[in-house]
Design a protein around this ligand. Structure first.
Ligand SMILES: [Zn+2]
Length: 319
């Protein structure tokens, strides 16, 4: 009983927690609002409550806690430098704050790295040594598994694949720069491109699917319209998938992976995304590097965050 781990996934709107055994089986879970707009103390209170609830009063049986959190952060110092959408977060020593309250070792990891590590240990990446994970949802995050380990880089900032510049004069990104992969291919980027086209006078079924409100257009609406043959929606997706394939091709040339795993809400579009992206990557990448290189959907679904954080903690740290 002393080997149980709690995986925590700190998101902008939701905290998820799971009690996990060393083989990655989930024994109990909890989910609650982050309340990020109420400041650091409230978020810490909510994390502690999620841990206590998940452990079901058996905190003594928990050997470690893995925490996946949005970056930029420093894993070794247990510090979150800044979390977008979190009020007042500036160099928060989150590991110390949680350890003081819970008296259990806490291991911090970037959320996309943790998710990638989860897919590598328990999901689509099992059995590989070199794997690239991309999560494509409201933003784009990456986790690089190189030679069987998460690659962190000097500032724990490696794998920020969403901010690779793929189109120098492209749309403005949330990071303040132009033409990042995330600005074009994330769910937010796809919806924004559709809204731009509507504003420019294009007719698209996506607008009706969104109830006539451009602000309510989602990537799922765009995809549904494209499947029905809508030209404007198709162009928006073609462009997003082209740049996604470009980003993946660049990563392949940099790292020569065995496997690419795509997760996140946009990857749930399935073949509509995977078929063109695979074809474009194989067209553009060095044949030797792209040969027999699978590009596959993530396997852990909505549990990827908590499982990944738990597996990161299993793999390292004290206790
Ligand atoms: Zn950016």
């Amino acid at each position: 009983m002393d080997k149980l781990i709690i995986g925590l996934d700190l998101g902008g709107t939701k905290i998820a927690a799971a009690l996990v055994d060393p083989d990655g089986r989930i024994l109990a879970e909890d989910s609650r609002p982050t309340e990020a707009s109420r400041g650091v103390e409230t978020v810490i209170d909510n994390l502690v409550a999620a841990v206590r609830q998940t452990a079901g009063g058996e905190l003594a049986g928990v050997s470690k806690i893995g925490l996946g959190a949005p970056g930029p952060l420093n894993c070794k110092q247990g510090l979150i430098y800044k979390a977008p959408n979190f009020l007042g977060w500036d160099d928060v020593p989150i590991v110390r704050l949680l350890e003081d309250r819970l008296n259990i070792p806490v291991i911090l990891e970037n959320d996309a790295n943790a998710a990638g590590y989860g897919e590598w240990t328990l999901g689509a990446g099992r059995g590989t040594r070199d794997m690239i994970y991309l999560t494509i949802s409201t933003g784009i995050g990456g986790g690089l598994i190189i030679d069987g380990r998460i690659h962190h880089g000097r500032d724990d900032g490696a794998g920020e694949v969403g901010h690779m510049t793929v189109e120098p004069d492209g749309p403005l990104c949330g990071c303040g720069r132009r033409g990042c992969l995330e600005a074009i291919c994330s769910g937010t980027g796809i919806a924004a491109a559709m809204v731009d086209r509507l504003a420019a006078g294009a007719k698209s079924e996506a607008l009706a699917l969104a109830g006539g409100d451009p602000a309510a257009v989602t990537p799922a609406h765009v995809a549904q319209a494209a499947r029905a043959g809508d030209a404007a929606a198709r162009e928006v997706l073609d462009r997003a998938f082209f740049f996604l394939a470009l980003g993946i091709t660049n990563l392949i040339h940099l790292l020569n992976p065995e496997l690419i795993v795509l997760g996140g809400g946009v990857a749930k579009l399935g073949d509509q995304l995977f078929d063109p992206v695979r074809a474009l990557v194989h067209e553009r990448a060095y044949p030797v590097l792209a040969r027999d290189l699978p590009i596959v959907p993530a396997a852990l679904g909505d549990h990827v965050g908590v499982l990944g954080a738990a597996m990161v903690a299993r793999g390292q740290g004290r206790g």
